[in-house]
Design a protein around this ligand. Structure first.
Ligand code: HEC
Length: 276
């Protein structure tokens, strides 16, 4: 009986896993671009993360919050590699509401490294009103939340493809004038066609990027493709800021286990040497 019960639970669990990994109907798999941080030895590219921050700040932050990020995270090891002075300057570019002061009134002050990234809207209702009813989601964890492709085996081998999902949404718009007559008929007011979007083809975000929208400090040409790659890498980092540390620890553990295995082998040989 107990065995049956256990099997039953296991089967239900598997079913849940597989059904959770279903794509929205007709959603296209994300484009399979590669990033520097993939694989067991992959690392984030500091220059790319700095450019990605710039794209987030100058474009995406007009609508999307990142409530889990503080400015000081930008100088932590394994990240974009800004130094503390630079982070002070980046934070001070924002104006924060603080208070209440002695007089009971709220007041404004320049941002500090300890501040969270500010939200562009005071509440979700206001965010919807400003975006034709659609809610711009918080982007801190989006690359963990949205897979780029589905199938347990596929995800095991290729990762879940979160950064590829963001990249594909940003570069996957079909301009209105290229839509078929059929699609034009079903197009909801104020929505654009994007086959990569996980929540149906019609997305309530107009294509946010166009060439040369930002000016990169390192002189990299700001094409849509480049900006989309950079901001996707940045969002991969915000969702897993300790990835580099984790990989380094894993590598040390493997070396340790390797040496241990070798020692055990030699000890075994020595102990059994006379037994043959
Ligand atoms: C003018 C406001 C606006 C700007 C600017 C903007 N977005 Fe959006 N974004 C939205 C809205 C609104 C949605 C929700 C769309 C929906 O649900 O139909 C959205 C959805 C998304 C999604 C899909 C989320 C999901 O649920 O799968 C991603 C990814 C995304 N935005 C990334 C970005 C990035 C990266 C930038 C900067 C390059 C950006 N957005 C700039 C308003 C904006």
């Amino acid at each position: 009986m107990k065995l049956l019960k256990t099997l039953g639970i296991a089967a239900t669990g598997l079913l849940l896993i597989f059904s959770a990994a279903q794509a929205a109907e007709g959603q296209k798999d994300a484009k399979g671009i590669s990033f520097s941080f993939e694989g067991p030895f992959g690392t984030f590219d500091e220059g790319q993360l700095q450019r990605g921050y710039k794209v987030y700040k100058e474009v995406c932050s007009a609508c999307h919050a990142m409530q889990y990020m503080s400015f000081r995270n930008l100088s932590q090891p394994g990240g974009p590699g800004f130094n503390e002075e630079q982070v002070k300057v980046l934070a001070a570019e924002y104006t924060m509401q603080d208070g209440p002061g002695e007089d009971g009134e709220m007041f404004e002050r320049p941002g500090l490294p300890s501040d969270r990234f500010p939200s562009p809207f005071p509440n979700p209702q206001a965010a919807r009103v400003a975006n034709g009813g659609a809610l711009p989601p918080d982007l801190s964890l989006i690359t963990k939340y949205r897979p780029g492709w589905y199938g347990t085996f596929n995800q095991l081998v290729n990762g879940i493809g979160g950064p590829q999902y963001v990249y594909s949404v940003l570069t996957g718009y079909v301009p209105d004038e290229e839509l078929s007559e059929e699609l034009k008929k079903e197009q909801p007011e104020g929505k654009a066609y994007n086959p990569y979007f996980a929540n149906g083809h019609w997305i309530g975000m107009a294509a946010p990027l166009s060439d040369d929208q930002v000016t990169y400090d390192d002189g990299t040409p700001a094409t849509v493709d480049q900006m989309a790659r950079d901001v996707s890498a940045f969002l991969a980092w915000t969702a897993e800021p300790k990835m580099m540390e984790r990989k380094q620890t894993g590598f040390m553990v493997l070396i340790y286990l390797g040496i241990l295995a070798l020692l055990l082998y030699l000890v075994k040989k020595k102990i059994w040497a006379n037994a043959h």
